[in-house]
Design a protein around this ligand. Structure first.
Ligand SMILES: [Zn+2]
Length: 161
């Protein structure tokens, strides 16, 4: 028997103000993206913003449905839009935030496993890592360079592609 241990790496900042101006601007775009969140069931708004190599910004927000499984997370709304419209313009950074009136969020909301898996495939498609910035109104900001930090056991099988 062999015991394995995996360490993940990410940076923590005390607030968005500590980020560079370009990343601060992208965080503001993620906040703007929440305007179009359709979340009448969870009352939990999520906004995602992608900055592409050209400078173009893509917004995504969670889109719920009365048939619950039909909805989709903000990250995948943005990532699938990118794949359908701008696959040749690499994603440099993704910022994700969340807000609810129900309680105060005190730490970043991390993306679900399905969104991480989709982001992993986007990295594979563009052959470049994506910087991920997770933040909420208050509390720390978490930044990871590349999705493997958040999903070390991402699924990939070369023989399928
Ligand atoms: Zn998700």
């Amino acid at each position: 028997m062999i015991n394995h241990e995996i360490k993940i790496a990410f940076q923590e900042y005390s607030s968005v103000d500590e980020l560079g101006v370009t990343d601060q601007a992208l965080c503001a775009e993620a906040v703007n993206a929440m305007v179009h969140s359709h979340s009448p069931y969870s009352k939990f708004k999520v906004g995602a913003a992608l900055r592409l190599k050209s400078g173009k910004i893509i917004h995504g927000s969670n889109q719920e449905n009365v048939a619950y499984p039909s909805g989709l997370c903000a990250e995948r709304v943005a990532l699938f839009y990118w794949g359908a419209n701008h696959p040749d313009d690499s994603i440099e950074t993704m910022a994700v935030t969340a807000y609810t009136d129900e309680f105060e969020l005190q730490k970043p909301v991390t993306s679900c496993g399905s969104c991480l898996q989709v982001l992993a495939e986007c990295e594979k498609m563009q052959n470049e890592q994506v910087k991920v910035i997770l933040f909420v109104g208050k509390g720390p900001v978490w930044v990871a360079n590349g999705i493997e930090s958040f999903l070390p056991f991402l699924f990939f099988e070369d023989r399928l592609s």
